[in-house]
Design a protein around this ligand. Structure first.
Ligand code: DGL
Length: 257
């Protein structure tokens, strides 16, 4: 992975395996419009959800390392899979940098619901972080972990609202119709196809984007890193797969918070 943008001093680096993190980016830009953001997707190696923990860790650390080398003042790992696999490692290696991760928004969902589908990558659902989260917040509720098999890959290929997506969603969600009363989108790619998801499972829907933006703001404040600029900041997009940048921009522009 080689970033082309050499200077991102005063930028917040936002990273995902591909297009999904743009949904988190949008929340961050909404809350912190004067900050500069540099978005990097690793679409060349997406989807991460089916990769080994070691490979996800290596790719995530490489991306963070490069963004910091090029001057980023803080990092948002806008990927549940990369957060689950590598956030502790990143914080260990770079203890002085605010590194914010995302996690399935199970906590807010449990406030009002008893039967909750958590739709996430196979990897996120398999790693300890999710089990710890479920143990902490979902003692008295039924949690149905559902792997969104093929979804992130299909979105990366540009299937946003077609039969490919619908068929994949029916396969994983049909059995929860009438059984679940809420769904947590535990992969940052899934808010992109939220409308299609809700057409099948018409229940309250949660994702971690807004909470991540709030956490970013808190961490910037704590570290004295909030911008002093009173003008709208820049948002730059880059990818390990050049042609994927168009998809990032398309998804980012179309995504309604
Ligand atoms: N967007 C990512 C997540 O939040 C990963 C999707 C993938 O690459 O499998 O988990």
């Amino acid at each position: 992975m080689l970033m082309k943008t050499k200077n991102i001093k005063d930028y917040i680096g936002v990273f995902d395996s591909g297009a999904g993190g743009t949904t988190v980016l949008k929340e961050c830009v909404k809350l912190l419009p004067n900050e500069n953001f540099y978005y990097y997707g690793d679409s060349k190696h997406a989807p991460y959800g089916e990769k080994s923990t070691k490979e996800i860790q290596d790719r995530t650390m490489e991306a963070i390392n490069q963004m910091l080398n090029h001057g980023a003042k803080a990092i948002v790992v806008a990927c549940n899979t990369a957060t689950s696999a590598a956030i502790w490692l990143a914080r260990d290696v770079f203890p002085d940098v605010p590194i914010i991760g995302v996690e399935p928004a199970l906590k807010p969902a449990t406030a009002d619901h008893k039967n909750i589908v958590v739709l996430a990558t196979e990897k996120t659902l398999a790693l300890d972080k999710f089990h710890e989260l479920a143990k902490e917040y979902a003692k008295d509720v039924n949690v149905y972990p559902v792997a969104g098999e093929g979804l992130a890959g299909a979105i990366e290929e540009g299937h946003l609202d077609d039969e490919v997506i619908q068929n994949l969603l029916h396969k994983c969600l049909d059995q929860y119709v009438g059984k679940a009363d809420a769904i947590v989108l535990g992969c940052t790619h899934y808010p992109i196809i939220k409308d299609q998801i809700l057409k099948i499972l018409d229940v309250d829907c949660y994702d971690g984007g807004e909470g991540t933006a709030r956490q970013l703001k808190r961490k910037l404040e704590e570290n004295g890193l909030l911008t002093k600029s009173e003008e709208k900041g820049n948002v730059l997009f880059e990818s390990s797969l050049d042609e994927a940048v168009d998809l990032y921009k398309k998804v980012y522009d179309a995504y309604n918070i």
